[in-house]
Design a protein around this ligand. Structure first.
Ligand SMILES: [Zn+2]
Length: 317
């Protein structure tokens, strides 16, 4: 009899423990992060080519880190507190070093909501002025709306420590980071790129997409094209965008082709007096359907380009 009581007690304890573990799992999404080495001491976590969803936990963005002798520099901190925490656990497998700086490439929330984790570990957060202004403390982000309270967890918007006005050079552990805003309006009104001259590695955030389409909603098609020219003028060995897996020196080619094709077709349609209500029927560009998010973003991009290019024509008249 005693034995069966003990047995029952054991079963009850096991049941209690397993539910406790399950309850904890619920609040912290497992991102299964595995970093890929892009260059010597340069690693990235590459996100899926999707929109934000509960299923991917917001992991649809690239977050990279550079190891130096004195610590890590993170470029874009990812989707949530929990994402950044799990990313840092992976970084520590490479070297047990602190994260000294986090550089945010622009103000879209999938790129910087991990800041709250790194700040809690003492990292200095760096962003452009516009980026900082759009990180409104206490405002509900798109990420939080889609993920909901539980998945969003401890994520918070935190204050940026250092603003990049035009450009800034960081030196850490014998590595030099040249940070610059190449164009005033491109993907957003405050895009930063980060160049590592010793390795010829260039991080460009959402000035480059591959495998999925961009969104022109906060930016400019002409600015985006100009930004690509600046990016290519670096002649970097690796160009790492905010979304997509291609990181070689030709990584910008297809994205430029997409933007040039929209520009060309929209200008032609405007010459033929095609109105805005007809433009998305006219500029389909089926070749780009192989890109993820074509159905969600292409028409919108054509409309945004139409408005911008129409204004440009008006200016010239
Ligand atoms: Zn973006």
């Amino acid at each position: 009899m005693n034995r069966s009581i003990i047995k029952l007690g054991c079963i009850a304890t096991m049941l209690f423990l397993s539910t406790a573990i399950k309850a904890e799992d619920k609040s912290s999404f497992d991102y299964h992060l595995k970093a890929k080495k892009v260059s010597e001491n340069v690693y990235c976590f590459f996100g899926t080519l999707e929109s934000i969803s509960k299923e991917n936990g917001g992991n649809m963005v690239n977050s990279c880190y550079v190891k130096t002798k004195k610590g890590f520099v993170v470029i874009d901190s990812g989707a949530t507190f929990s994402y950044a925490k799990q990313a840092y656990a992976e970084m520590k497998k490479i070297a047990n070093l602190p994260v000294k700086y986090v550089i945010n490439t622009h103000d879209h929330d999938d790129h910087w909501l991990g800041n709250s984790f790194y700040k809690s570990k003492g990292a200095i957060l760096i962003a452009s002025k516009t980026c900082e202004e759009n990180m409104v403390l206490g405002m509900k982000t798109r990420m939080e709306k889609v993920l909901g309270k539980v998945l969003f967890g401890q994520t918070k918007t935190v204050k940026i420590d250092k603003i990049v006005d035009d450009n800034l050079t960081l030196n850490l552990g014998e590595e030099k980071f040249e940070i610059a805003q190449p164009i005033s309006v491109a993907h957003t009104k405050g895009d930063l790129i980060i160049y590592l001259p010793s390795k010829k590695v260039l991080f460009v955030g959402d000035l480059l997409f591959n495998g999925r389409l961009t969104s022109l909603r906060d930016g400019s098609i002409l600015g985006s094209l100009e930004a690509l020219d600046v990016i290519d003028s670096y002649h970097a060995k690796n160009i790492i965008g905010g979304h997509g897996y291609e990181t070689d020196e030709n990584a910008t080619a297809e994205f430029r082709q997409y933007l040039l094709e929209i520009k060309k077709q929209v200008l032609k349609a405007q010459d033929e007096d095609v109105g805005m209500e007809k433009i998305t029927d006219k500029v389909k560009m089926p070749y780009f359907k192989k890109n993820k998010l074509y159905d969600e973003l292409h028409n919108r991009n054509v409309l945004d380009a139409y408005k911008e290019l129409e204004m440009m024509e008006d200016d010239e008249e």
